[in-house]
Design a protein around this ligand. Structure first.
Ligand code: A2P
Length: 334
């Protein structure tokens, strides 16, 4: 009993976290098929106290599974998603490759699960990226109260979102600099350790991230003209994105009212008024969202301002994909 499930990207950071969550949340798994490239085929992973063999995705028969999580990045999704979908497997894709395709539902599971009803269009469902999920999950209770007329977001990005090489690069740079050795150029164009970088390369840099966030937010809230201003800054943090959010409702929203509302939301950790959450103390390693520093902007009091942190791997990557699958199975699967 349960669903036969493939996990493409099982040996990656998000894949590992996803395996943990499936077993922690007692997801109804029949058989699990961890998939990766031929590089790691033959490795074994732990799932539910048992070992599971990693298969090469290139040799996998997708008709053996009803559901597949794709957390291996754009290139792997481009290679396998349509093939899997055509063989009757429902693909829950976190790569972003299909996010803006009009006939593919783009989901933030706590925000717009109703679009999952269109999953049969292509047999592909796109999970919104970690920045979009973090932002929209945080503002949902507030916009339900006061509506939404305008958003400003500054995102401070963790390096793990860029993969393992970026994590190693930051660790190496930090160690070298602390030992008085100059940082070498690696994944980042300039020194990231003890520094902040406003603009990275064009293909995986902040401009791309900024546009992706704007496009995805507008698609999820179904408002193509939503005024939203975004900037992304690469920060020297290993795990967890932080966001500074300024929100303007259709009516003014006081910090007290916002606090009272957010206190009711079980899935959001709201810091005490004299405290604040950080990536290291609150986000890293947790599949949850933390908010603090809720206040009305001093210079423009109509704006409500807050700070949020969430682990891009466990919350933004793994939890959002698993919750999408849970909602789909509960409400829409037939
Ligand atoms: P592999 O271990 O074989 O490289 P991360 O982002 O943490 O580096 O993880 C990426 C994950 O996606 C890994 O499991 C990696 O497998 C997998 N992956 C990346 N590209 C491909 C591909 N073209 N085909 C199959 N799996 C891929």
């Amino acid at each position: 009993d349960g669903w036969n499930i493939a996990l493409l990207g099982a040996t990656g950071a998000v894949g590992e976290a996803l395996l943990d969550l499936l077993s922690e949340r007692q997801f109804p798994v029949g058989e699990i098929f961890p998939l990766a490239s031929e590089r790691s085929a033959g490795q074994t992973l732990r799932y539910n106290g048992k070992s599971a063999l990693v298969h090469d995705a290139a040799e996998f028969d997708w008709s053996q599974v009803q559901l597949a999580f794709f957390v291996a990045g754009v290139e792997a999704s481009a290679k396998y998603a349509e093939e899997a979908a055509n063989q009757g497997c429902l693909v829950i894709d976190s790569s972003g490759l299909f996010a803006m395709e009009p006939d593919v539902p783009l989901v933030v599971p706590g925000v717009n699960p109703d679009v999952l009803s269109h999953y049969r269009n292509r047999n592909i469902v796109a999970v919104a990226d970690s920045l979009t999920c973090q932002l929209l999950t945080a503002i949902k209770p507030l916009t339900e109260l006061a509506g939404l007329s305008r958003l400003h977001v500054t995102s401070l990005l963790s390096v793990s979102a860029l993969g393992k090489a970026a994590v190693d690069d930051l660790a190496g740079q930090s160690a070298r600099l602390l030992n008085g050795i100059p940082a070498e150029e690696g994944v980042f164009r300039k020194q990231l350790a003890f520094n902040l970088l406003p603009l990275l390369s064009d293909d995986e840099g902040s401009v791309l991230q900024e546009r992706r966030l704007v496009d995805q937010v507008r698609k999820v809230v179904q408002d193509e003209g939503l005024p939203i201003s975004v900037s992304c800054v690469q920060s020297p943090v290993f795990y967890g994105h932080a966001q500074v959010v300024h929100l303007e409702g259709l009516r003014p929203l006081s910090a007290e009212e916002a606090r009272a509302e957010l206190e009711q939301i079980a899935d959001i950790n709201l810091s005490e008024e004299d405290d604040f959450p950080t990536q290291v103390s609150d986000a890293s390693g947790n599949a949850s969202l933390s908010i603090g520093c809720l206040r009305n902007d001093y210079g423009i009091p109509e704006l409500l301002q807050f700070w949020s942190v969430a682990d891009n791997v466990r919350f933004g990557g793994a939890l959002m994909a698993v919750e999408t699958a849970e909602k789909l199975i509960q409400e829409y699967w037939y």
